[in-house]
Design a protein around this ligand. Structure first.
Ligand code: ZN
Ligand code: ZN
Length: 237
């Protein structure tokens, strides 16, 4: 860039490179690039590294990225959610309780995860382990049926023995509701207030395959378009 085009890289360029290295699983290169940056790495750079760590399951480096975000004073509930999802994916209960403690100290309230879906011009909101939606009984039954169908394929392992916080995330309920109420040709569109977790992401891919339905989830970061068992994000988010 500098030699052939006379352009000096800005923080945005470094953010993109960190993201690219992360996608390629080259965390060490991403880390080295940040170390050698001529600029002071900003929140986007550390945010990109944090995302890369989540995907590659590297909690140590994620903690480094997180501490920089905290020092910069820009850490939001989304980053904390990402961190706790990561610990919970790995079954690291100690890490999980540390994040919770930190959130209390920083007085960051846990944004309650919720998902919305529009059906017949009405917006239906679901929270995790929903106890308020009028048709929740039917929704849980539908979800149970879906889970059975998916577990039969052998592609989904219900993480037994780890009863963490992911009992039933709101998007699972919203999808079950969408599938039971919308006509079969219709794509199911869902909005979600937090980033989708790995478990739900895998489940959505399998639901799209098992039901031959297209599902679109707009989470806190991006759109996920699930079709025929895969997602448009390429499992990177
Ligand atoms: Zn989830
Ligand atoms: Zn996705």
């Amino acid at each position: 860039m500098t030699e052939s085009h006379g352009i000096s890289p800005t923080s945005d360029h470094f953010t993109c490179m960190v993201d690219l290295f992360g996608r390629a699983g080259l965390l060490e290169k991403a880390e080295n690039l940040i170390d050698e940056m001529p600029l002071e790495p900003n929140a986007s750079v550390w945010g990109a590294l944090l995302g890369a760590c989540r995907i590659n399951g590297n909690t140590e480096l994620a903690e480094v990225a997180m501490s920089h975000l905290i020092n910069l004073g820009v850490v939001d509930s989304g980053s904390y959610a990402l961190m706790s999802n990561m610990y919970s994916d790995l079954g690291n209960l100690e890490g999980l309780s540390d994040v919770r403690k930190l959130m209390r100290q920083k007085q960051i309230s846990k944004t309650p995860g919720c998902s919305w879906i529009q059906v017949n011009n009405r917006v239906h909101v679901f929270t995790a382990d929903d106890t308020r939606h009028l048709q929740r009984k039917e929704v849980y039954e539908k979800l149970d049926k879906l889970m059975e169908k998916i577990e039969d394929t052998g592609k989904y392992v219900n993480k037994l023995g780890f009863s963490g916080p992911k009992s039933c995330h709101s998007e699972k309920l919203a999808v079950a509701f969408g599938l039971m109420t919308l006509p079969s040709w219709m794509t199911v569109y869902i909005m979600k207030s937090l980033p989708i977790c790995r478990d739900c992401h895998l489940l959505m891919k399998l639901i799209s395959e098992a039901t031959s339905r297209e599902l679109v989830i707009r989470d806190a970061h991006r759109f996920h378009h699930f079709r025929d068992g895969s997602c448009s994000c390429g499992d990177y988010w």
